[in-house]
Each structure stands twice: as C-alpha cells, then as structure tokens.
Design a protein around this ligand. Structure first.
Ligand SMILES: NC(=O)c1ccc[n+]([C@@H]2O[C@H](COP(=O)([O-])OP(=O)(O)OC[C@H]3O[C@@H](n4cnc5c(N)ncnc54)[C@H](O)[C@@H]3O)[C@@H](O)[C@H]2O)c1
Ligand SMILES: O=P(O)(O)OC[C@H](O)CO
Length: 323
C-alpha cells in the first residue's frame, strides 16, 4: 500500500485555500492553518469565487501541524517570517508567496533559510490566479529548489494532469520573477489606467524583462528562468489579467487615485507595493539600473504623478535594444 502524503498549508488566504484544494486533488491528506478559522467565509477568502466550499476532508485549524510530508507557506511575503517562526520544521518547506521582505531585502527562501538552516526548502511560483486553481482549471507553475532531484520529488506531490508543476534548480531566478512581476503589473495597470495605450503597456513589459535580466544576472539567477513560467509566464498573466490585484492597483493609480486609497480599496494583498522599494534597493546594491521599478516605487510613494512617470521613462536615451 502506498503512503498518502500529508500536506500542511500555512495561510488560508486565497492562495493557501486554492493550494489546499489542489493538494487534496493530488490525493494528499491536507491540513490548512488559518490565523482565524472562524473568520473564514467564502466571500472573504476567495472574493473571485464567492460560492466555493472547502471539501470536508480538509482540516482547518489555528494549531500548527506537528507532522507533515510537505509544508506550503502561503501567507503574504511581509508576514512570512513571523508566520514561519511558529511552524515546526518537520518536513520540506515550500514558500508560495511572491515578494521581497521590505525590512531586510531578502527573498522568501533567504528568510526561511535563516529560520530553518537544516530544512529542505523550495519555492513555488508561476502564472496562477487562485480562483482558477481552486476550480481545477488547467495551469502550470514551477517548483524550484537548490537540489534538482528534491525539486522534482516535491513537485510530484502536488502535480495533477490539470496543474503541471515543472521542476527547477534556480530558486533565485524563480523568486525574482515572482517578486518583480507584481511591480511590473502595477506599471502595466498604471499605463492602461492613464490611457497611454496598449503599445505603451507592451513596451513597458518588454523593457522590464531587460531590466529583470540584468538584475537576475547580478543576483546569480539563470537567464532562461525569466523566459519561463515564473518570469514571462507570470508577467503575461499579471500585466494583462484584470483579476490581478497588482494590475488593478496600478490601474487605479493611473486613473488618478492616490496609492494608499487605491490599496485600501483592494480586496486582498498587492505584493508589489511593499516589494517595489525593496527590489529597487536590491538593484542599487548590485549596481543595476531598473528604471521601471524605480518609477513604480516613486509613483507608489506619491513623490511623482503619472505625467512625471511617463516623462521619466520617455525621456530616457534610446540606444541598442540589448546593450
Ligand atoms: N491570490 C492569488 O491568486 C495568488 C496566486 C499565487 C501566489 N500568490 C501569493 O500568495 C501570497 C498570499 O496571497 P493571498 O492571495 O493568499 O493573500 P490574500 O490577500 O487572499 O490574503 C491575505 C492573507 O494574509 C493574512 N494575513 C493578514 N495579516 C497577517 C499577518 N499579520 N500574519 C499572517 N497572515 C496575515 C490574512 O489573514 C489573509 O489570509 C502572496 O505572496 C501572493 O503574491 C497569490
Ligand atoms: O492578484 P495578483 O496580482 O497578486 O496575482 C496573483 C498571482 O500571483 C498571479 O500569478
């Protein structure tokens, strides 16, 4: 008889809930840790899927699991450290959040590495709206770990025919893609909100990829990772999909709503807001020029408006495309 994998999902927001449903679909015994299980209601957790119901087989609790074969950390990036601190390191841990810790400039696996230096760690990222994963619509993502064999083994625990998890041994590139696409989605939304046009959005996305390639190289990521699911894949989804919270935050800012007010009106977290300044600082530390990320950071801080933002980007010198 084969052993049924026990998967513990930490964080019962939209993504944690969708991953719990996916893990159950993959045949695992699933537990879902919620800060406040009593506050979980369909409309609050999964605003895009108000009628969803967790199968009765998924145990929801505010007590951290003591045993598991795999732990998925699906809380927002800025709460990863404080949440993970309470997780018993009883199994490999996969960071499912996308962002950079603002206080330290660290990526998810660097935060987990500080807390759990002896655990097997991985990161899951890709073009995945939670409400589509929750309903089992086809999608693909990448699971990266420093050890390629571990990455494949852990990916297999969550893979189903409709959720295709590719393995990678480039966690740096995967984490950078996941963090940066949220910042670029704010830029794309702002361009559309300010009626700069779809040409402008396509140019922004493409030039952002050049920017991310420079940063990825400086951080030790592999170039091909950015052309994969966690890079271009997630940029395509988040910069064009109206369901993206980061895109919608940018859209509202582009239409003239102050950043704080636009963020308050969103249901759920827009990770790009806290990640933009952290990513900019990281780029500066490595001497990498990132004009789109810098412009989004200033827009979010309210130190420039949309006219300034487009002027800043349009007044840059035009040189060789891949200089
Ligand atoms: N929603 C998606 O479609 C999706 C898909 C892929 C990845 N992600 C990533 O998953 C992560 C979580 O996003 P989400 O959509 O589930 O979030 P969400 O907006 O649905 O929910 C936020 C969650 O954070 C929790 N929270 C608030 N304050 C907290 C605190 N102090 N400590 C711990 N938890 C706290 C809330 O209880 C809530 O469960 C993000 O990094 C996001 O980028 C989301
Ligand atoms: O709604 P967003 O902008 O947080 O995007 C959700 C996922 O990260 C898309 O892959």
């Amino acid at each position: 008889m084969t052993h049924t994998a026990r998967i513990a999902v930490i964080g019962a927001g939209a993504w944690g809930t969708a991953l719990a449903l996916q893990a159950a679909r993959a045949g695992a015994e699933v537990s879902l840790w919620a800060r406040n299980p009593a506050a979980m209601s369909a409309g609050r957790v999964m605003p895009r899927l108000p009628g969803y119901a967790l199968p009765s087989g998924i145990a929801v609790s505010d007590v951290m699991p003591r045993q598991a074969d795999l732990i998925l950390l699906a809380c927002p990036m800025q709460h990863l450290r404080v949440t993970a601190r309470n997780v018993p390191p009883c199994a490999p841990m996969i960071a499912c959040c996308k962002g950079i810790e603002q206080a330290t400039g660290l990526m998810p696996l660097q935060v987990l590495g500080e807390l759990f230096p002896h655990s097997v760690l991985g990161v899951l990222s890709g073009p995945n709206f939670a409400h589509e994963i929750a309903t089992g619509q086809p999608a693909a993502a990448v699971l990266a770990s420093a050890d390629r064999t571990q990455a494949r083994r852990l990916a297999d625990l969550l893979t189903t025919p409709a959720f295709r998890l590719y393995a990678s041994d480039d966690p740096t590139g995967v984490q950078l893609g996941g963090a940066a696409k949220n910042v670029i989605a704010i830029a794309a939304g702002a361009a559309i909100g300010a009626k700069l046009g779809e040409n402008a959005r396509a140019a922004l996305i493409t030039r952002s990829i050049a920017e991310l390639s420079r940063l990825s190289h400086a951080l030790g990521g592999r170039p091909e990772t950015l052309s994969g699911l966690a890079g271009i894949g997630d940029l395509l989804l988040t910069c064009t999909g109206a369901a993206s919270r980061n895109y919608r935050l940018g859209l509202a800012i582009g239409q003239g709503t102050p950043a704080q007010q636009a963020a308050d009106a969103l249901e759920g977290v827009a990770e790009g807001r806290a990640t933009a300044p952290a990513l900019l600082q990281l780029a500066r530390q490595h001497g990498v020029s990132t004009p789109v990320i810098a412009t989004v950071t200033s827009l979010l801080a309210g130190t420039i408006d949309m006219d300034d933002a487009s002027q800043l980007l349009l007044s840059r010198p035009v040189g060789h495309e891949f200089a």
